[in-house]
Design a protein around this ligand. Structure first.
Ligand code: UFG
Length: 353
């Protein structure tokens, strides 16, 4: 089955592309390579890809209908939308870029999906959206369920919430079968060592810890040790990127089963968008990640306490019972030792590490 994966050259996108292919699907990547890497799709995964923007309506329509040469005559049966910008700090410096890329371009993509779907006997293609725990803002409860109020505290989180709202409204109006996946902290790498995390600049904790261990950076900054947590450092719910990829497969399957053809009079059947948190329910502090990394790598590192980063909540931990119960999702590699072992293998293979 042909599945359009926007942002398929990025971190979570590329792991999902690999999982889709292993499950017998045909992923087709749309990426502008602004942050994703061409070599990942061209040389490593060797999947069909198109270089272009999600906001290019004519290009996207030609892909959805199967008229584009990259589709080899097949229609797109589902869309997984990863493309977008994802660095919280940067979203404060360049909000217009975040709203443009994450919201305007997503709206253009959604419009194309419902327009093409309106002319198809089976209705719009199922749509899976990459959202984030950043939509919740400051947690009011120890673990976050999907029903926690959505009060994002930065432009990145607000852009994700806006797209969630667009999807819900289009699903009701046009019968768009849709699932919103809210990731917590994606981490780790493909256990085969083929693909992994590369961001430029790298802002995430685990690669930075490993960089400090290999000497690529002189030390690690711990952003705050005075949070209201047991050891004073920030707690996050680290989830293996391959477990996240697996959740996308389950989401596609669920939507394909629930896809409803338009009614006999052609009227779309409203769809109530499904929302799932993807996390383990187990938080780990910055200190715990450092200790686990030392145990896995056998290396030490220099760490200095630095001021808190603006807008970092003390603790973000998912309640993912709904994804387990309804999607049958079971994180299998999301314990810290496995995450760190996979990340370490990948990290050591990177040039310059
Ligand atoms: N941290 C450090 N030092 C570093 C990097 C991070 O102490 O060099 C700390 C952070 O303060 C935080 C934890 O490590 O407590 C995790 O930080 P990351 O930057 O790895 O991840 P975030 O939790 O900030 O960001 C993640 C996703 C975002 C998403 C956000 C929601 O990467 O896309 O969660 O808050 F928006």
């Amino acid at each position: 089955m042909l599945i359009l994966v926007t942002g398929g050259a990025g971190y979570i996108g590329s792991h999902t592309v690999k999982a889709l292919r292993q499950a017998g699907h045909s992923p087709l990547v749309l990426d502008d390579f602004s942050s994703g890497r061409r070599a990942v799709v061209e040389d490593t995964l060797r999947v069909p890809f198109v270089e272009g923007r999600v906001g290019d309506g004519a290009l996207v329509r030609s892909l959805l209908t199967g008229d584009h040469p990259a589709c080899a005559g097949q229609r797109v049966e589902a869309v997984i939308h990863f493309a977008g910008r994802s660095i919280v700090g940067e979203s404060w410096q360049r909000p217009a870029e975040y709203y443009g890329s994450n919201v305007s371009e997503a709206l253009s993509l959604l419009q194309a999906v419902v327009e093409v779907g309106a002319a198809a006997a089976s209705g719009p293609a199922p749509f899976i959206f990459s959202s984030s725990c950043a939509v919740y803002g400051l947690p009011r409860t120890l673990t976050l369920t999907e029903d926690h109020p959505l009060e994002p505290i930065n432009p990145y989180g607000r852009s994700k919430r806006m797209v969630e709202e667009l999807i819900r409204d289009l699903a009701l109006a046009h019968g768009l079968p849709s699932i919103i996946l809210r990731y917590f902290n994606a981490a780790g790498a493909d256990p085969d060592g083929e693909i992994g995390e590369v961001h430029d600049p790298e802002t995430h904790l685990i690669p930075r810890v490993l960089d400090a261990m290999t000497g690529r950076s002189p030390f690690l900054q711990i952003f705050g040790d005075d949070f209201d947590t047991p050891d004073g450092t920030g707690i996050r719910d680290y989830t293996h990127v391959c477990d996240l990829a697996e959740a996308h497969l389950l989401a596609v399957n669920r939507l394909l089963l629930r896809r409803a053809a338009p009614a006999a009079d052609g009227a779309p059947v409203p769809f109530r968008t499904l929302v799932y948190n993807l996390g383990t329910g187990q938080g780990a502090s910055v200190q715990e990640v450092i200790e686990a990394a030392k145990a896995v790598t056998g290396r030490g590192l220099l760490a200095h306490v630095a001021p808190r980063r603006g807008g970092d909540p003390p603790r973000l931990v998912a309640c993912a019972d709904r994804a387990r119960g309804e999607l049958g999702w079971e994180p299998r590699r999301s314990d810290l030792p496995t995450i760190l072992a996979d990340a370490w293998r990948w990290h050591q293979a990177l040039p310059g590490r």
